[in-house]
Design a protein. Structure first.
Length: 306
């Protein structure tokens, strides 16, 4: 399996995990402190990182300042995301969150120095259009929670790109450790001063402790194996998965507009993956020609086929 295919599978897994997580947060977010939920997610992520790389090795980093900055961005994102999903109409919060794809493309250029092609931009735009068709946001009664939702989305896009930047020198487990350490420490006071969560919400906390950290790790592992801009449209798959779950579990058939939206999201993923695969094939052909100068005059397609 190529790194590109593994990255796509990891992004599909992340989308599934995050779809379930955001549904739970929307269900209990108005009843539980955002800091308490952030602590559950962060502490569980630290435990997962230690399980992946036991001992002190997971803490060793050549980029301590950047790792702590990444953790701080993750902490701010968690607070803003949890608050917005707990206090906004679900459709509105969801629609805003899926503009993350554009932020990923922008930060890929600014931070990673990656070349984002016209097809990558088109894939991002098509995917966001599909997300809007599915979520059908109303954006009525603009409040501070909307601003936090926009802030959370930009921070999430920045986090996604920083994951790739940090793994130029550090391991997946190390990035996972610091990504969750800062939110866990920052939200620890919630367990001292905040009132205990209502009894009816406690049953959901173990699910959050599992779904969120696993989803974060899938994203960290995926972006190590492919460009951030290529994987951006796959962050939209949560909506398609949620629609599919509605059909299978609740026998809810989506309307035509939602079906078109799902098609646009899938199309954006295929467009992005197709472009990445074409570039990968071209790089293989170029490497082959470099090692076999006597074949340099043959057409690229002929070289790739052999």
């Amino acid at each position: 399996m190529t790194g590109q295919r593994l990255a796509i599978r990891l992004m599909i897994a992340q989308a599934t995990l995050f779809a379930a997580e955001t549904a739970i947060i929307h269900h209990i977010g108005a009843q539980v402190s955002a800091l308490q939920l952030a602590f559950v997610r962060g502490a569980s992520g630290v435990v997962l990182a230690l399980a992946l790389a036991p001992g002190l090795a997971v803490m060793r980093t050549r980029q301590p300042v950047l790792q702590l900055l990444r953790g701080g961005v993750a902490f701010l994102y968690l607070l803003a995301m949890i608050y917005s999903f707990g206090h906004l109409p679900f459709a509105d919060a969801t629609a805003i969150s899926y503009t993350q794809t554009l932020y990923i493309a922008v930060f890929s250029v600014l931070i990673l120095g990656e070349t984002v092609s016209g097809l990558n931009w088109a894939a991002a735009a098509i995917g966001i259009a599909g997300a809007l068709l599915i979520s059908k946001p109303s954006f009525s009664g603009w409040t501070f929670a909307y601003f936090l939702a926009v802030l959370a989305t930009s921070l999430n896009g920045l986090s996604f790109v920083l994951n790739r930047y940090l793994q130029r020198e550090d391991s997946e487990a190390t990035t996972m450790f610091y990504t969750n350490l800062v939110p866990a420490i920052g939200s620890l006071p919630a367990f001292v001063w905040a009132a205990p969560p209502p009894a009816g919400t406690l049953v959901w906390l173990p699910a959050l402790a599992l779904l969120g950290p696993l989803g974060v790790y899938c994203g960290i592992a995926a972006v190590r194996r492919s460009s951030a801009a290529t994987l951006g449209p796959y962050t939209l798959l949560r909506l398609v998965i949620a629609l599919s779950a509605g059909i299978v579990v609740f026998h809810e058939i989506p309307d035509a507009i939602s079906a078109i939206g799902a098609g646009l999201i899938l199309g954006s993923c295929l467009l992005s993956a197709g472009y990445a695969n074409r570039r990968y094939s071209q790089s293989l052909s170029a490497a082959f020609v470099k090692t076999r100068p006597d074949r340099a005059s043959e057409p690229t397609g002929m070289i790739s086929a052999r």
